[in-house]
Design a protein around this ligand. Structure first.
Ligand code: HEC
Length: 147
C-alpha cells in the first residue's frame, strides 16, 4: 500500500516530461514545477511515515529537484510575463539577477543533498529540508498567488 502511494506520486512526477516544449515555456515551466511538487510530496510521505524510507527513492526525489533547478531558469524568457495562466511574478523580469541567484541556490542545495547520499530518514530529512526551503523562499519573492 505504502509502496503503491509512492509509485503513483513518482509516476506523476515523471509523466510531466513529454509535456515539455520550447515553444511553450509557460506550460513547460509549470510541468517542471509540478514534477518538483510531486517529488516534494513523495519526500513528505516518507518523512511522515506514510511510505518507507528508501535510499534510491530519496536520491530520485533530490535529483528530480536538481534537474528542475537546472532546467527551469531558462523557461522564463522575456514576453512570457503573462498568459497561459502563469503565476510567475513580474518581479522575475524586474530582478532577473535575484531570480537567477535563487535558482542557483536551489541547484546547489539539491546537489549537496545528492552528494550527502542520505542513507536513513534523519539524513534525508536534513537534505530534503535544505532543498525544500528554496520552494517557499522563491515562491514568496517571485510568484503571485492566484485563486
Ligand atoms: C527559484 C525559484 C523557484 C524555486 C526554488 C521553486 N519554485 Fe516552484 N515556481 C516558481 C515560479 C516562478 C512558479 C510559477 C510558474 C508559472 O506559473 O509560470 C512556480 C510554480 C510552482 C508550482 C505550480 C505549477 C503550476 O502548475 O502552475 C508548483 C507546484 C511548485 N512551483 C512547486 C515547487 C516546489 C515543491 C519547490 C521546491 C522543492 C519549488 N517549486 C521551488 C519558482 C520556483
Amino acid at each position: 500500500m505504502k509502496r503503491a502511494v509512492l509509485a503513483g506520486i513518482l509516476i506523476a512526477a515523471f509523466s510531466a516530461g513529454p509535456v515539455l516544449s520550447a515553444e511553450d515555456p509557460i506550460a513547460s515551466r509549470k510541468a517542471i514545477m509540478q514534477s518538483v511538487g510531486a517529488a516534494a510530496k513523495a519526500g513528505g510521505a516518507m518523512l511522515k511515515g506514510e511510505a518507507d524510507f528508501n535510499a534510491v527513492t530519496a536520491e530520485l526525489i533530490l535529483r528530480t529537484m536538481n534537474a528542475a533547478a537546472h532546467g527551469a531558469g531558462e523557461l522564463f524568457p522575456e514576453g512570457t510575463e503573462t498568459g497561459g495562466k502563469t503565476t510567475a511574478s513580474s518581479k522575475i523580469w524586474e530582478d532577473r539577477a535575484g531570480f537567477d541567484k535563487a535558482m542557483v541556490k536551489f541547484q546547489s542545495d539539491t546537489a549537496a543533498g545528492i552528494a550527502a547520499k542520505p542513507a536513513d530518514i534523519d539524513a534525508f530529512k536534513a537534505a530534503f529540508g535544505a532543498a525544500t526551503e528554496n520552494c517557499g523562499a522563491c515562491h514568496k519573492a517571485y510568484r503571485i498567488k492566484k485563486e
